[in-house]
Each structure stands twice: as structure tokens, then as C-alpha cells.
Design a protein around this ligand. Structure first.
Ligand SMILES: [Fe+2]
Ligand SMILES: [Fe+2]
Length: 198
């Protein structure tokens, strides 16, 4: 993904997001902005959102290892409270129900959907625990060993969840969803964000 341009961060909007090819000229605290240019391509949007969640995982692991930046930590809280929550709603309320309607039984969507719903429920509770930890860190409280473990557990859980969705769920959707389904999903995701992407 192109990381140039607006970063969505309050601090330095032009700084580059770190990725596998990055040198030291990138911001290790940056998460790419919502991919508004993909508004009409909802599966690409979801994939891009997964990429942003991987960036959040990287930041969480850095924090668990002792790194800290006040603006970066604050932006991460905003991402988890807003963008991550919206993403789970996209999947739970629209994307997965749509797939359950249109996919034939041999795709095994019902079993997969139940697994993902369980994982989303876990994410909803563990992200609240992580946000509370980050808020305390923002107030100057150092991380306890237990807090470090909670952050690492959440990051590991999210990473494997993303792997399943990218390797199984999205490929099925790319085969099964027609123009009408894609338009309906795009509309629902747009409405969830009040018709805009910021
Ligand atoms: Fe997802
Ligand atoms: Fe998900």
C-alpha cells in the first residue's frame, strides 16, 4: 500500500509508516490512514484495514517491549477505540452475514463464521483491557509484567485472526461476491462511517 500522504496522526502527518522495506526514515508509531480511496472496493478496504491492524500489532509489541511515545500511544488508543471497533462491526453486521447468505454449503462459511464471532467477542473484551493499560501508561504509570503479557496476548490473538481472514475469508468473498453484494457492503460500511472515511 502507498503510505505516502496523510497519515491521520496529529503529530507529523507526512511521516512514513514503517513496513518490511523501511529504513530508519519511517515513523515506528504511525498507522496508515483509513483507505478512503477504496470506499467503493469494500474487500480491498477490509484488506487494507487488516494491514493497518498489523501496524497496530507492531506498535503494541514495541510498547510491551518497553518503547513509549505519548502521541503514538494516544493515536493507538484512538485507532483501537474507533477504527478497530468499526472494522469488527463491518464484519459482524454486514460482511459475514452477507457471505452466509450467498455462499454454498461447501464453502464452510457457517463454521468459519462461528469461529470468527468467538474471536471477535474475545477481541472486544481484551481490547478494553489493553486500552485501559495504555491509558494508565499515558498517565505515566509503567507497565507491569502482567500488563506486558496482556498486550502481547492481544497482539498474538489479533495476528492469527488476521491470518485466517486474509487467507480464507477474503479469498472466498472475492470468488462469491457479485457486483450487487459488493455495492451493498460498500453502502453499509459507508453508512457506518456517516458517509465519509475520516
Ligand atoms: Fe478483519
Ligand atoms: Fe475479524
Amino acid at each position: 500500500m502507498n503510505a505516502a500522504g496523510e497519515s491521520g496522526r496529529g503529530r507529523e502527518p507526512k511521516r512514513r509508516v514503517c513496513d518490511a522495506s523501511s529504513s530508519d526514515h519511517c515513523d515506528p508509531w504511525a498507522i496508515e490512514p483509513m483507505p478512503r480511496e477504496l470506499f467503493d472496493s469494500p474487500l480491498d478496504f477490509l484488506f487494507a484495514d487488516h494491514h493497518r491492524q498489523r501496524q497496530a500489532v507492531r506498535i503494541l509489541l514495541n510498547i510491551a517491549a518497553g518503547a513509549w511515545d505519548e502521541t503514538g500511544g494516544s493515536d493507538l488508543i484512538t485507532f483501537l477505540e474507533r477504527d478497530f471497533a468499526l472494522h469488527i462491526q463491518d464484519e459482524e453486521c454486514d460482511f459475514v452475514p452477507l457471505l452466509r447468505r450467498i455462499c454454498p454449503p461447501e464453502d464452510g462459511i457457517d463454521v468459519l463464521a462461528e469461529r470468527l464471532a468467538d474471536e471477535h467477542a474475545d477481541d472486544r473484551s481484551s481490547v478494553q483491557r489493553v486500552i485501559a493499560i495504555l491509558r494508565k501508561r499515558l498517565q505515566g504509570e509503567p507497565l507491569s509484567r502482567q500488563a506486558q503479557e496482556s498486550i502481547r496476548d492481544f497482539a498474538a490473538h489479533l495476528r492469527q485472526h488476521l491470518a485466517i481472514e486474509n487467507s480464507v475469508l477474503l479469498p472466498i468473498a472475492r470468488v462469491r461476491m457479485d457486483a450487487e453484494s459488493l455495492t451493498a457492503l460498500s453502502k453499509a460500511m459507508r453508512n457506518r462511517r456517516g458517509g465519509h472515511m475520516s
